[in-house]
Design a protein around this ligand. Structure first.
Ligand code: FES
Length: 228
């Protein structure tokens, strides 16, 4: 059984950066006979349809009706997680009856999806989103400084337009609500409605290539949520 040579039909997209994967597939197919088609050649008609009728395995996204009609197919693997075109009882029954296995690529995404979800849960639990909005770091004349993102005037974040903290000439920080102007080096307000007040500076450390800003818990909650 292991020595059997299978014929494999494939219309997976190997364009652009995926070209090396095409070579990998050809190499790993070994003695099995691989027939490669364009993604648009889905086995509905023409040469790709003829080929689909005689192969053992289809890999890619063949036309569902053609899969139903090609009785030699033993295994169809869809290269997407989606399988809407194959999700009907009649087709499934036909494939099951003749022993054709239908699989898709949903399991490929299991781990990254789980990791993403876990990261989101942890970020929400630790207030990371609020923390990122609650403070900002500026690089002025090659030196970094961190401040609580809270204008002493009425307490809104400085950046109504996210991450826009500098004035147009890049020399001062500016609150986009009413235009208070701050010195980037000290956080002192030098013009606008709260002259003489200061932004709250935060301790900032350089750890390797990472800037670490430690936010006091009180700094996380006061900034009003920004409309998104
Ligand atoms: S809230 Fe910043 S200047 Fe008024």
């Amino acid at each position: 059984m292991n020595n059997r040579v299978f014929t494999i039909w494939c219309n997976h997209d190997f364009a652009g950066a995926l070209a090396p994967e095409r070579e990998l597939l050809i190499q790993d197919a070994g003695n099995h006979q691989l027939q490669l088609f364009d993604p648009k050649d889905d086995g509905k008609d023409g040469e790709s349809r003829q080929a689909l009728a005689s192969v053992d395995i289809a890999f890619g996204y063949p036309d569902a009706q053609s899969v139903r009609e090609c009785e030699n197919l033993r295994w169809v693997h869809l290269h997407f997680a989606g399988y809407t075109a194959f999700d009907n009882a009649d087709l499934k029954q036909t494939l099951t009856k003749r022993g054709t296995v239908l699989t898709n690529s949903s399991a490929v995404y299991d781990e990254p999806c789980a990791q993403h979800l876990l990261a989101m849960i942890m970020a929400l639990a630790r207030g990371l989103r609020d923390g990122l909005q609650a403070a900002f770091v500026v690089n002025h004349d090659g030196r970094y400084r961190a401040y609580v993102n809270n204008c002493p005037h009425v307490g809104t974040p400085l950046d109504l337009w996210p991450n826009e903290f500098f004035s147009e000439d890049g020399r001062t920080l500016i609150c986009s609500t009413h235009g208070a102007v701050y010195e980037p080096t000290s956080g002192l307000c030098t013009a606008g409605p709260c002259v003489g007040d200061r932004l709250t500076a935060l301790p900032l450390a350089v750890e390797g290539e990472t800037l670490v800003v430690r936010l006091p818990a009180a700094a996380v909650s006061p900034a009003p949520a920004r409309d998104e």
